[in-house]
Design a binder for this molecule. Structure first.
Ligand code: GLN
Length: 279
């Protein structure tokens, strides 16, 4: 929304250089015709939000149940149909910060660039803390542990990570499953998909021999497919945290303080318990 307002303010510049404003021709033309109305309405809306502490924009990829996913039968913490553990944690943090949560659903590997450019404030996406990512963003305290799990078909001979050598492995693009498996088994053996569920579909169709993905979504996907099983042997262990733009210590401190409160009050466990039943 901010982008559009800026674009309108610089309408003349936009007409000359649409690309610079990031809007399509149709969008810009349509926006220009209703410029006066929209600007007034948006200014008013933004003033209201500002008075209430502003927005907390969360970038995520809502294809990762039970952490973030679309459920058309529910209303999530930002009023959209995006629900899940991360969505609710972010909602609770926003509330503590007196801000309005806005969730942006984008490709997983666009989340860090979105934070770097300042278009989003936080990345909450079952995001694993890695050394490489720490070069580009800062991470909050961790709020969950996870493992990279291996999914195969029921009749597969693959019984653990060692059997994956030379096999075709499906992953979600840009995730730790992708990064680790590419390192260990060679780029040529990895098939990347935009969503984890697409990788799982490729496994069902026999296009890949195994899928490496975080254990909680893995459980959900296996639960939806009778022909698939989850191997006991995990591939890697990791920790999830919330990412912010590098150097944004003010926000990071606020998030860590809020997370601490949520942990101590039991609210975090309560959120997790809504989505993950203890085994
Ligand atoms: N935990 C994995 C990662 O951080 C996958 C996250 C996701 O797909 N949303 O790369």
């Amino acid at each position: 929304m901010k982008k559009k307002v800026l674009c309108l303010a610089a309408a003349a510049v936009c007409a000359v250089s649409l690309a610079a404003c990031g809007g399509s021709t149709a969008e810009t033309t349509a926006a220009a015709t209703t410029a006066a109305d929209t600007t007034a309405a948006e200014t008013e809306a933004e003033a209201e939000t500002e008075a209430a502490g502003g927005q907390l924009i969360m970038a995520t990829n809502a294809e990762f149940p039970p952490y973030e996913f679309h459920d058309s039968s529910k209303t999530g913490p930002d009023g959209s149909d995006i629900v899940g553990i991360d969505a609710e944690i972010a909602g609770a943090i926003a509330e503590k910060l007196g801000k309005e949560l806005v969730i942006e659903d984008i490709a997983f590997d666009s989340i860090i660039p979105e934070l770097q450019s300042g278009k989003a404030d936080i990345g909450a996406a079952g995001m694993t803390v890695t050394e490489d990512r720490l070069l580009n963003v800062d991470f909050s305290d961790t709020y969950a542990t996870a493992v990279q799990a291996i999914i195969v078909t029921n009749d597969s001979e693959i019984a653990g990570p060692d059997d994956l050598a030379g096999k075709k492995i499906g992953v979600q693009q840009g995730t730790t499953g992708d990064i680790y498996a590419s390192d260990d088994f060679g780029d040529e053996n990895i098939d990347r998909y935009p969503k984890g569920v697409d990788a799982v579909q490729a496994l069902v169709q026999g296009k890949v021999d195994a899928v490496i993905i975080d254990n909680e979504p893995a459980k959900v996907f296996v639960g939806d497919n009778d022909n698939l099983k989850l191997l006991d042997a995990a591939y890697a262990e990791e920790e999830y945290a919330i990412a912010v733009k590098k150097g944004n210590t003010e926000l990071l401190d606020q998030i860590n303080a809020a997370l601490k409160e949520l942990k101590e009050s039991g609210a975090l466990d309560e959120i997790v318990g809504k989505y993950i039943t203890a085994e």
